[in-house]
Write a protein that binds this ligand. Sequence first.
Ligand SMILES: NC(=O)c1ccc[n+]([C@@H]2O[C@H](COP(=O)([O-])OP(=O)(O)OC[C@H]3O[C@@H](n4cnc5c(N)ncnc54)[C@H](O)[C@@H]3O)[C@@H](O)[C@H]2O)c1
Length: 336
Amino acid sequence: MARIGLMGCGTVATYGHLPAIATTEGLTLAAVFDPSPAAVEAAAAKYGVPGFTDPEAFFAVGMDGVSITSPAPYHAENAAAAARHGVHVLCEKPLGTDDTEIAGMIRTADAAGTMLFTAFDYRFSPISQTIYRLVREGAVGEVRSLRLIYIWNCHGKYATVDGRRVLQARRAARMDEGGPMVDCGVHQIDLARWWTGSEVVRWSSAGAWVDEFAAPDHLYLHMDHANGVHTMVELSYSYNHTSAEASPHFTYELIGTEGVIRFDREAGLFEVRNTRGTEILPTAPEKNFAGMYVAFAEALARGGSDVLPTGRDGLEATRLARGATDAVMAARLAGV
Ligand SMILES: NC(=O)c1ccc[n+]([C@@H]2O[C@H](COP(=O)([O-])OP(=O)(O)OC[C@H]3O[C@@H](n4cnc5c(N)ncnc54)[C@H](O)[C@@H]3O)[C@@H](O)[C@H]2O)c1
């Protein structure tokens, strides 16, 4: 039984990581850490484990692996602490704030002899797994073009606190950390690299400011893969960000020489159209924390993994997302 600690008892830990750790065979939750006493106490009480606001006391409990679910600016310091204690890491995306920082995280883990995985849980969704298989089976011939779209409001621009309308803190924090491509688009970039099995050799980006943060809130990234496939990723955190009723788009389309694979989360549609006809496939959520933790349990038992996204996968996704965002910001500053 592998003992798992968790650092960062916030939203994604509460709905995704903690329930998955608690229910995965071969894993047991050993302790939780958060600098916020209220957050750590809530998680510790719910799961009946010790909770700490001091990282040294947290690691002293003893554990094999740690899940890092703090905001991105703290991932590197949390991962460095894990490496110092010889603990393997599964870290939320974006793995770090930029590729230089992530390269340092990879070096630190390598020097400590510990494993560092990126928690790209979208890869473990039955949808993504089926697309991976269909591409390899040639279900739509040779895939030549991908359109991966996630435009939504990131829970809305405003929240109501004590009857007053205030800026919604979580969305504001994600915008300050780089915006939608850096925070969420890394999932789509990772899927494109994984599905095509091909690295990105050229990219360009364009974007818009619907809101007023430093980073663009609506971004388009075009990527050419080494095998000739082209991927377009469109991400927004300002699509209906002030509307009373939000309406997101979340779609994957893989266009091949003999048809199209299409997933539309909002429409509940997953289908393959090809020369033989149309096959409707079972739909599923785009995330799968439980599946990711099965893979983490296996990695801890075996001392390695062929399926968990690596530190390098996390680095590539952040390099492209950050590059795309920075290029658009630089063009705006230059008045281009
Ligand atoms: N994979 C997904 O589907 C998914 C979904 C949402 C968020 N995320 C990612 O998960 C991470 C956390 O997002 P969230 O929405 O849960 O944020 P959140 O703000 O709701 O929670 C973050 C928690 O981390 C704590 N924290 C702050 N500083 C810390 C530190 N130094 N060490 C440890 N914990 C610290 C905060 O007190 C808070 O409890 C981000 O990197 C985000 O991009 C992933």
